[in-house]
Structures are given as structure tokens and as C-alpha cells.
Design a protein around this ligand. Structure first.
Ligand code: UD1
Length: 419
């Protein structure tokens, strides 16, 4: 399956941004901790949500999902080994390790899969668990962790890993004593996890800063929570407006969460302003290049927006350099953009871009989620027709990118045939 995009139309209109992929996944894992009922609203209907539900059911939770709200009853959950199928599909399934440790003191999982962006080890997660009293065994395929008693600890992360920060928060919530995470990741999705846990009765503070303090509690209570809007989906549609030109309004956006994206677009000469929970973009001319766009942990520019901005800079009026600092192999979109006429030289994790006036439609293949979204954006700015194959990657993070872009006046349709 794929998408067909006819380039050249200016965008106009408005769309509402839905719930956040990277927030819903750890929060679904956190429902295991309550031992009761969690009602979660604004859940995006994407593949990874369904994979998390599959894992929850496998653990013995009762789950209902109507496409927006998820009700999880984790009363009957047990510390079963995480199922190899879903774990192989989704890297963030490692987040269930912290939840299971917290509630049951043990977990067993296969090595997690996910988008192939390089090595993506989980050493920081395991090191932190070790400090909380977890011992490990297992073979080359599986990881088993067990704590006689899970205890709070001082954890200084060598790198502000999003997943490791979330895993420690989950483990610490029902552990004995106080856990202090220093050099914690500061991503808004961590604030959302804290919001859910606080609503369920956890003692946690500091998310959004580099130091998070969690005092373990005996148990949590039933909880109802609404997932934050997806800042990467919002950023992707802003980049769409910038690459195609036009005047669009995105509703349900927390501008503070996407400041690095807004700042970079403004540096490119794109006009943006916020009105309450809406962001309005006006783009008339070819964007200016950026001397350097470097990804980094929040609040630096997000790696999950790097491919979309690489596509955008490919049509900017001049030279730009993109530096990918988070993942060593987040570059599968480069060769495809080059097939569409982009002038990009890739040296390791640096991309040297010489902006061209127009891209050309071509048959291209998405090889990961955000790289796939970048190819759709490139199609909007290309002459003629672009076929983007590999929609299954793109659907992992976008509920309905084709419908949303169509609502913004783009010419895009779903392609059923394979190349
Ligand atoms: C999360 C996001 C992902 C985003 C990334 C960085 C979810 C579900 N996914 O992924 O979309 O691209 O944050 O913003 O929220 N690292 C180690 N050892 C570890 C853990 C991480 O070396 O134990 C390295 C990784 O290989 C990577 C970097 O740290 O180079 C960042 O990874 P991390 O912040 O952990 O990202 P994820 O949680 O996997």
C-alpha cells in the first residue's frame, strides 16, 4: 500500500491535531500499575496503539477501544513474558519492562524491534533497573529481570534518553523509597506520563526538567486522562504548508511544545502565529536555507522532524546543513529525495543540501515512519506525480495523513497496488 501525490497545489484550510503517539504508548504501559481501571481519551488510532493493546491483553488486562478512548482494566494482569511478535514490531514495548517491575518485581521480554534508525541499545534502561535492585539473566534473544525488592535509587542518566527516563519513572512509581533521576529527558511526552501518574495518585514531580523525583507509593487508583496533542504530527503539517506554500490553521496544538519547530520555520522566512490552541502558517515564497539544523534532545530540534525538514530544505533558496545527532542511521529518506531531484550529499550523519527550485515526481519507498512522511511532503512540492510505497511505516505514526492533507487542499490518494 502507498500514497499517490500530485504536486503543485498550495495548501489552505484547517485540521485538528489528534492524540500523541509517543505519549499514549508509555501511558498504556502505565495502566498496568493501577491494578484497576484507566480511561484514556484522545488515543490516536495507529498501529502502535493496537500493538500496545495486544501486549496489555496478553498480560491479562481487559481492554476496550472505540477508536478514540481506551478503557484498560489491569486488575487481572500478571507478569507474563512479553509476546515476541508485538515486541519485535515496536521498540517502545520495552516500556512495559518498567511497568511490570513496578507492579510485580519481574519482567521477561525479547529484544525490542521498531524503526531501523541505527543501533538503538537499551543499556541505559538496564543500568538504571540494576541500580534499583534488579538482577538479569536470559540468553541472547531474551532479557529477564527480577528484583527481590525494587527500591528507589539515584539515577544519573549518561544521556537524556526518553525511553529510559519513562522506564525508570514507571519502575519507581511503586518501588520502595525515593528515586531521583538526573539528566532526565525533558520531552513533553514525559510531562504527559507524569500527568497520568499524578492523576492515578503517584508521587512524582519535575517532569519537563532535568531532575525528576519519584516517591514510591503502595498503590494507585482508578484514573481518567486525556492524551496531549501530537507535536510531531503538528510539525509535519506545518512543514507541509511550508513546502507547498499556502495558508493553513492547525487546531489543538500546544505551541510551547513545538517552539524549536516554529523557530526553525521562522528562520526560513515562514510566517507563523498562534491564536489560543491554534497555529496559523502563511508561506508565500521559497523558504530560506538554514546554515545548520542540528537535532538534539528536547528542547533542541526534534530528530522526529529531521526527515520532513530535510525535504523542506531540499527546495530552499540556498545551501543548508542538517546534522542528525540522535540516531546514526536516520537517512533512508535521503536517497529517495535524491531520486526526486534533490541535491543532497550525505556524509555520515551530516546532510549537505543545495536547494533546488523544484523536485520531480517519482516512485519512491518509505523505509521508516518519519522518512516516509518526508517523502509525502516532497511529493507536494514536486512536479507531477509521486508514488510513495511503504505506507505501513507511515501509518505507525499518522492516523490519517492522506485525509488531513486532502482537507488542506493537497491532491493525495491511497494507492492499493504494489510497485
Ligand atoms: C523516543 C521516541 C522517538 C524519538 C526518540 C528521540 C517514543 C516511543 N519514541 O525514542 O520517536 O525519536 O525518543 O527523541 O517515545 N540510547 C542508548 N542507550 C539506551 C537508550 C537510548 O544508547 O539505553 C540512545 C539511542 O540509541 C539514541 C538516543 O539514545 O541514539 C536517543 O534514544 P531515546 O531518547 O532513548 O529514544 P527512544 O526512547 O527510543
Amino acid at each position: 500500500m502507498g500514497y499517490r501525490v500530485i504536486g503543485g497545489r498550495r495548501l489552505c484550510g484547517e485540521v485538528v491535531i489528534g492524540g500523541c503517539k509517543n505519549a499514549v504508548l508509555p501511558i498504556l504501559a502505565a495502566t498496568v500499575l493501577t491494578g484497576g481501571k484507566s480511561v484514556i481519551h484522545n488515543c490516536p488510532d495507529i498501529l502502535d496503539t493496537h500493538t500496545s493493546i495486544e501486549i496489555l491483553r496478553h498480560l491479562g488486562c481487559k481492554v476496550e477501544y472505540d477508536g478514540t478512548s481506551i478503557i484498560v482494566d489491569s486488575a487481572a494482569a500478571a507478569a507474563r513474558a512479553l509476546p515476541a511478535g508485538p515486541v519485535g514490531k515496536m521498540r517502545s514495548s520495552i516500556i512495559f519492562a518498567g511497568a511490570l517491575l513496578s507492579r510485580f518485581g519481574s519482567f521477561e521480554t525479547a529484544e525490542p524491534g521498531g524503526c531501523r534508525l541505527g543501533l538503538r541499545p537499551i543499556d541505559l534502561h538496564l543500568q538504571a533497573f540494576r541500580r534499583m535492585g534488579v538482577n538479569f539473566d536470559g540468553d541472547s534473544q531474551t532479557i529477564c529481570g527480577k528484583a527481590a525488592e525494587l527500591t528507589g535509587a539515584k539515577i544519573n542518566l549518561a544521556f537524556p534518553s526518553v525511553g529510559a527516563t519513562q522506564n525508570v519513572i514507571l519502575a519507581a512509581t511503586l518501588a520502595r523509597g525515593r528515586t531521583i533521576i538526573s539528566n532526565a529527558a525533558r520531552e513533553p511526552e514525559i510531562v504527559d506520563l507524569q500527568g497520568f501518574l499524578q492523576a492515578a495518585g503517584a508521587e512524582i514531580a519535575g517532569a519537563g526538567t532535568s531532575t525528576i523525583v519519584i516517591d514510591g507509593v503502595e498503590k494507585l487508583q482508578n484514573v481518567e486522562y486525556k492524551i496531549m496533542p501530537d507535536r510531531i504530527v503538528a510539525g509535519t503539517y506545518l512543514a507541509a504548508g511550508a513546502i507547498a506554500g499556502g495558508h493553513i490553521r492547525l487546531k489543538n496544538v500546544k505551541a510551547a511544545d513545538i517552539m524549536p519547530i516554529i523557530d526553525s520555520l521562522e528562520d526560513m522566512g515562514i510566517n507563523l502565529h498562534t491564536e489560543g490552541a491554534s497555529v496559523v502558517l502563511r508561506a508565500k515564497n521559497r523558504p530560506n536555507p538554514l546554515p545548520i539544523l542540528a537535532t538534539g534532545p528536547h528542547p533542541a530540534f526534534p530528530t522526529d522532524m529531521q526527515p520532513q525538514f530535510t525535504a523542506l530544505l531540499a527546495i530552499a533558496a540556498g545551501h543548508s546543513i542538517v546534522i542528525e545527532n540522535l540516531f546514526e542511521a536516520r537517512d533512508a529518506h535521503i536517497s529517495e529525495l535524491v531520486r526526486m531531484g534533490a541535491d543532497i550529499k550525505s556524509e555520515g550523519h551530516r546532510f549537505y543540501i543545495n536547494g533546488v527550485e523544484r523536485l520531480n515526481g517519482a516512485k519512491v519507498a518509505a523505509k521508516d515512519l518519519r522518512g516516509g512522511a518526508a517523502l509525502i511532503l516532497a511529493g507536494l512540492a514536486a512536479k507531477g506525480e509521486t508514488e510513495i510505497h511503504g505506507a505501513e511505516y507511515i501509518k505507525r505514526g499518522y492516523t490519517a495523513i492522506d485525509k488531513d492533507l486532502k482537507a488542506l487542499n493537497a491532491e493525495i490518494s491511497v494507492l492499493k497496488t504494489t510497485p
